[in-house]
Structures are given as structure tokens and as C-alpha cells.
Design a protein around this ligand. Structure first.
Ligand code: 5GP
Length: 132
């Protein structure tokens, strides 16, 4: 069965999209640690990041770099934290999280709640700065 992220990529489940190219897709995490918390996933379903083919592993990092640059413009911060956990959804994904301190990327923190309108605004705010 397709993962929830594949269903998002295919448009079967809605998301707040940031960007996509032929191989990768970026969208807001629905349970964000910070405004702008984004997930980057490969379109080809693979559970474990390090099982990606070398080209896709390189590609997802280069795609993430472009998305991270856009997040940093939209949400100025010290840097964009990068995390790979993957314990919840068996589809490789990279978390990109605006951070000013270690505490900002503590996954034990309570997640932020945004209205659909707020999520839409955040996604629009970031996506307008993405240059692929
Ligand atoms: P992980 O597998 O890295 O531990 O966590 C998966 C992440 O995916 C979580 O941060 C969770 O909020 C996010 N997530 C799970 N289901 C959905 C979904 O349906 N839509 C979006 N946008 N994010 C999701």
C-alpha cells in the first residue's frame, strides 16, 4: 500500500506544498516544531534514506538546499536544522526546521497548531522564494 507521503505526492491527500521537481517533493509538516518546518521526500517510495540510490541521495540534499534557502528567507533564523528520523512514516523524508537554538529542534517539544489559512500563508511565504 502506498505510504501517506506517496498519496500526498499523488494529490490524493491534501498538503501545503512548497515545491517539487521530477524526483522530489517538499511540503509543510502538519505537526510543526516551528513555522516553516518542512518535509522533503523522494517521489520514488523508499523507506530508509540511506537505501536511496546515490543519485537520489545526492539529489534530495541538493533539492533540500534550495528549499532550505527559501525557508531561511521567509523565516530568518540562525540556520535550517536538518533531521532524519523516519520512525513514523516509512517513506524517507528530511525535516527542515528553522532554528536559533538546539531547543528549536527538540522533537519532544509540543507541536505548533496552525489554522489551514495560516498553513497556506506559511507555504506561500516560503514557496515564492524557492528557485529550482
Ligand atoms: P518521522 O517519521 O520523521 O518520525 O515523522 C514523520 C513526520 O511526518 C512527523 O513530523 C509528522 O508530523 C509528519 N506527518 C505525518 N503524517 C503527515 C501528513 O499526513 N501530512 C503532513 N504534512 N505531515 C505528516
Amino acid at each position: 500500500m502506498a505510504t501517506i507521503f506517496t498519496r500526498i505526492i499523488n494529490g490524493d491527500i491534501p498538503c501545503y506544498k512548497i515545491a517539487e521537481d521530477d524526483n522530489f517533493f517538499a511540503f509543510l509538516d502538519i505537526n510543526p516544531l516551528k513555522a516553516g518546518h518542512t518535509l522533503v521526500v523522494p517521489k520514488r517510495e523508499t523507506d530508509y534514506l540511506f537505501d536511496l540510490e546515490d543519485d537520489d541521495l545526492t539529489g534530495i540534499m541538493l533539492f533540500s538546499k534550495k528549499v532550505a534557502a527559501a525557508i531561511r528567507i521567509a523565516y530568518p533564523c540562525n540556520r535550517i536544522g536538518v533531521a532524519v528520523l523516519g520512525l513514523e512514516v516509512p517513506h524517507a523524508h528530511i525535516h527542515l526546521i528553522p532554528m536559533d537554538s538546539m531547543e528549536d529542534v527538540n522533537f519532544k517539544n509540543p507541536k505548533l497548531k496552525f489554522t489551514p489559512e495560516e498553513f497556506r500563508e506559511i507555504a506561500a511565504n516560503i514557496s515564492k522564494y524557492v528557485i529550482l
